[in-house]
Design a protein around this ligand. Structure first.
Ligand SMILES: *Cc1c(COP(=O)(O)O)cnc(C)c1O
Length: 375
């Protein structure tokens, strides 16, 4: 059996270290915040290339707190994609703001920045123009929205930029890491992410001192001093057990991303020339391969055949956010088109991808796909 993901494999590789770290925290008597969390915040922010890291409880709240820390609040409009984890939209809603859907670019899985520009221009000129505040750019699957044009559009329309980096730990553009471009960025440490906790976790990164200060307040009841809320906040703390686990994972992250890239290279080599579309990787992008996603007309047939052969696959995501019951018809007013979003949802398939996947197993996957295609 080849699973699509295998978070236990990473635990097992570092079991002795991880077990010792957990026991160290249990023995410390410090179970909320403290030195372990602060150390991880500093190490992670330095690795990303941001001045500040604010550890939070999960990736959804990382997006929410990042948005609030750059000034997004109730009634504001936030441009983002519908082809993403529902968490992106849930976080916008948690601020009391409303998503405005922007289609993904043709042939890519990330936001069409030209369309972002047009949508922002139309919105600004209309009656809702003053409500338009921010963009959440989602670096999906470990690929990135090209930062240069994105930043230029945000500057021109006076939009704050939050990067949703939940799938992009270690992705980079011209060598500069995802999460270091925007006004703030948000990471998830859900166990299957490139950097995964053994539980929930998240991080806000920013190089803006004021945003960092605000994020820190929001994370813990708005406390500037204990028991005195300066602003209205929430509880979104990362616990020190997860912080200790994540510090070990961070040391391993670049090597594990390299292993993902080697697997992706095998997939590319085994699938190029067939009837399947492999991921497009522009030259300046260092892909983090959170997922390796192909496009194929008979997606469900291929997934069924692979399952019958003991190979797990995934669909990230089968129903775009705008078409899910909770969101359907509610936030479509300013949306131009979602043609590409709807097309990808129908034909994407995520192949097995985790650092411990063996090269033999990766070749077995491509062999099975070629056989299915009759090649
Ligand atoms: C996983 C994910 C999140 C949310 O992370 P959680 O830690 O599960 O709350 C947000 N955005 C994207 C794109 C994700 O993949």
């Amino acid at each position: 059996m080849i699973p699509q993901v295998d978070p236990r494999a990473s635990y097992r590789e570092d079991k002795a270290l991880l077990d010792a770290a957990v026991l160290r925290v249990l023995d410390s008597g410090m179970y909320i915040m403290g030195q372990e969390v602060e150390a991880f915040e500093a190490e992670f922010a330095a690795w990303i290339g941001a001045r500040h890291g604010i550890a939070v409880a999960n990736g959804t709240q990382a997006v929410e707190i990042a948005l609030r820390s750059v000034g997004v609040g109730a009634g504001d409009l936030v441009l983002t994609v519908s082809h993403t984890a529902v968490a992106t939209a849930a976080a916008i809603r948690a601020c009391g703001a409303e998503p405005v859907w922007v289609d993904v670019a043709d042939g890519h899985f990330t936001m069409d920045v030209g369309l972002l520009d047009e949508t922002a221009a139309t919105l600004r000129a209309g009656p809702d123009g003053a409500r338009l505040k921010a963009v959440v750019a989602v670096h999906l699957y470990g690929a990135m929205v090209e930062p240069g044009p994105l930043l230029e559009v945000c500057r021109r329309h006076e939009l704050k930029l939050v990067e949703d980096c939940a799938q992009a730990h270690g992705a980079a553009w011209d060598g500069k890491r995802a999460g270091s471009f925007g006004d703030a960025s948000a990471f998830s440490f859900y166990p299957t992410k490139n950097l995964g906790a053994l539980g929930d976790g998240g991080m806000v990164c920013t190089s803006d001192d004021a945003a960092a200060e605000l994020a820190r307040l929001i994370r813990q009841y708005g406390w500037k001093e204990r028991y005195i809320s300066a602003i209205e906040g929430i509880n979104s703390r990362l616990d020190p057990v997860q912080a200790a686990i994540l510090r070990i994972g961070l040391v391993r992250l670049e090597e594990r991303n390299q292993r993902r890239r080697a697997i992706a290279a095998l997939y590319d080599a085994g699938l190029t020339g067939g009837a399947i579309t492999t991921p497009a990787v522009p030259a300046p992008l260092t892909h983090a391969y959170h997922q390796y996603v192909v496009r194929t007309t008979d997606r469900d047939g291929l997934a069924a055949r692979l399952r019958a052969e003991g190979v797990g696959t995934g669909i990230h995501y089968p129903v775009p956010v705008h078409a899910q019951p909770a969101y359907l018809g509610r936030f479509d007013r300013h949306c131009r088109t979602l043609r590409n979003t709807e097309a990808v949802a129908a034909d994407i398939l995520s192949l097995p991808m985790y650092p411990q996947l063996t090269h033999d197993d990766a070749r077995r996957v491509t062999d099975l796909i070629r056989k299915f295609q009759g090649a």
